[in-house]
Design a protein around this ligand. Structure first.
Ligand SMILES: [Zn+2]
Length: 622
């Protein structure tokens, strides 16, 4: 809106009489109106931002959204007429081309018009290397980072070069002339459509000229920082050469490398930068058996490896032995809200907990530990634990199975006590009231309004997700209070970074965690086909609650079903309570943004969520 600074009037100091003041205000409004009309239509483009990079291989269209004022204008983007909603919001899904791509947005209102341009860069998929001479794209040479490997490990190498040639590689001082093959494999597919859209797989065309090779390290091999060199030649014997950025070191010392976890919550993965799989506290001893770039390989057992980023560990002095504890005793202790299972391990070693709900059971895998178990002492005051049994899985894994007398799991916590003994705290069923109105009376619900300080998604009119989430949290809290539940928040006006929010949730002692969000889809998906309500969970203990909430939201809101998901989301990961993340509607869709702004819609969301909670807790009352 045009500024009206020149109509400056100090109402307080000059104090004209009331009639004059009214006239001045009317004159002021009249001037504003004139200036608005004179300024003509305005276009605000929320997405994409100027010079956005779109890296979603092989999509053919993308969305653009924002708002035009006045809402009576007509909007054309790249010559196509685009619908304006009642508040001037627009959303369009238009063809896109590789490279620099421009959206020309023309808003016309009566005789006035405005043209706004927005340029994005759509990353083209990897294509074949063309040219008269044989060449290797050095930026494609792998490994990218240094490798530390053991005899028996594979050295996997590759690069992109001129198609139809002959390739080989050598590891300096170790092996030479190892043949490579041209794979013609495809570039990585785009996951957006597979996950959120129709389920179709969008994959780029096969890329000629991708050469791959590997070598298995032999028992007598040795190398320290050995370079990997590539050779590519055609039928005229024209040759191109390149060196991979990563070099090879083979550990033949025979001395185990030992490190410990550095972070309060340290995540280990299934492969370098692959799935989160092991969640460990600080000070856990790890056996490091290799490295790939900045990721270390951890040996858990004879058959199980994990991977961890370098900044999460601290190496212990060379020669530090690996502990090999034997488990003689397991004991349970009944506490007020939980029952504790203590495994007298006296060492911090990696573990993994596998939960099942049918039957209600927790299985603990303790790596590097051996059974010498003579006693399992039960605390007879409590009936939460039905049975505990142990077994030895292979040479180095001690497994403890805990069967529970509980209709539904309510959470657990695991770690090491001050004596480095492993503990598993299992939460008792909260005292749930018999009647609908009293069901939540003894419960604490932790509400997590997503985002802030970041904005989260932004709607076409500029409405920010962080604000929408907080408004919804207040509406849910109001209903929960009416039902007698205690409500706590992870944030109000100001928010914590995600990692701190997660720690706060884990330490909160709440009975249920609800993370509240509003959605947006990734680039390339059709926002008219893919929208509506979705719900997310991570642990088996959260599945039933998540499904119940999802069904209630679908029924109450009558928006399209965007899906029910298992997803590795931080705020779904606390084990201490059932945790569900809710996305009732889409910020980016003009109709849904309008709804999200309305108190009526918010109250309907809150009603669905709280009704689902009540139904859930009553179903699993002991
Ligand atoms: Zn969000």
């Amino acid at each position: 809106m045009a500024k009206v600074g020149f109509v400056k009037f100090d109402y307080e100091s000059s104090r004209p009489n009331p009639m004059t003041r009214i006239c001045l205000i009317l004159f002021h409004l009249f001037l504003c109106q004139q200036i608005n009309l004179y300024a003509g239509p305005r276009i605000s483009i929320i997405y994409p931002a100027e010079n956005d990079t779109i890296n979603a291989a092989a999509i053919d269209s993308n969305f653009i959204f924002g708002q035009v004022t006045p809402a009576t204008s007509h909007l054309f983007i790249n010559q196509q007429s685009i619908k304006l909603y009642e508040n001037g919001a627009f959303l369009a899904y238009l063809p896109l081309e590789y490279g620099n791509f421009e959206y020309a947005c023309l808003a016309v209102d009566k005789s006035d018009s405005i043209l706004a341009r927005r340029v994005v860069y759509y990353v083209p998929p990897l294509g074949p290397i063309s040219g008269d001479t044989v060449c290797i794209d050095t930026s494609s040479a792998m490994p990218r980072g240094d490798l530390e490997l053991w005899p028996g490990d594979l050295i996997n190498v590759g690069f992109q070069g001129s198609p139809g040639c002959t390739a080989s590689f050598a590891v300096h001082g170790l092996v030479a002339d190892i043949p490579m093959t041209e794979t013609n494999q495809r570039g990585p597919g785009y996951w957006g459509e597979s996950v959120f859209g129709s389920g179709a797989v969008i994959r780029p065309e096969p890329i000629p000229g991708l050469y791959r090779g590997s070598y298995m390290i032999q028992p007598d091999d040795s190398a320290v920082g050995a370079a990997i060199r590539f050779q590519l030649f055609d039928q005229h014997a024209d040759t191109a050469r390149a060196v991979a950025p990563g070099a090879v070191t083979i550990d033949t010392s025979g001395i185990p490398r030992v490190a410990e976890t550095k972070l309060a919550l340290t995540v280990l993965r299934t492969g370098p930068r692959k799935s989160y799989y092991y969640f460990l506290p600080k000070g856990v001893i790890l056996w490091i058996t290799g490295r790939q770039g900045r990721d270390y390989r951890v040996r858990l057992s004879e058959t199980e490896d994990a991977w961890i980023e370098d900044y999460k560990i601290r190496f212990l002095p060379r020669g530090t032995p690996l502990p090999h504890p034997c488990i003689r005793l397991v004991r349970t202790t009944s506490l007020k809200r939980k029952e504790r299972v203590t495994v007298y391990s006296e060492n911090r070693l990696p573990f993994r907990i596998v939960q099942s709900t049918m039957p209600n059971q927790l299985k603990v895998l303790l790596y590097g530990m051996t059974a010498d178990t003579d006693w399992i002492r039960h605390d007879s005051r409590d009936r939460l634990i039905r049975r505990i049994s142990w077994e030895q899985l292979g040479n180095r894994v001690y497994a403890l199975t805990v069967d529970l007398n509980q209709k539904h799991p309510w959470g657990y916590d695991a770690g090491f006590d001050e004596n480095d003994n492993f503990f598993l705290d299992i939460k008792k069923t909260p005292p749930i009231g018999r009647w609908k109105r009293s069901a939540l009376r003894n419960m604490t619900i932790l509400l997590d309004p997503g985002h802030e300080p970041d904005t989260g998604a932004i709607g076409p009119t500029g409405f920010m997700e962080k604000d929408a989430n907080l408004l919804l949290a207040h509406a849910v809290a109001k209903r929960l209070h009416k039902r007698g539940a205690a409500v706590t928040f992870t944030r109000l006006a100001e928010g914590l970074p995600l990692a701190e929010r997660l720690s706060l949730a884990m330490a909160s002692d709440a009975d249920i965690l609800l993370s509240l969000h509003h959605n947006a889809i990734p680039a390339g998906l059709n926002p008219f086909k893919n929208r509506g309500t979705s719900t997310y969970y991570y642990h088996p203990q959260s599945y039933e609650l998540a499904q119940n909430i999802h069904n209630h939201l679908l029924q109450e809101l009558e928006l399209p079903n965007f899906g029910f998901y298992w997803d590795n989301l931080a705020m779904c990961r606390p084990t201490q309570m059932p945790a569900v993340l809710i996305e009732p509607a889409f910020m980016m869709h003009p109709e849904e943004e309008l709804k999200i702004r309305s108190e009526k819609f918010r109250n309907r969301c809150a009603k669905a969520i709280v009704d689902a909670l009540v139904e859930f807790v009553r179903l699993y009352r002991e």
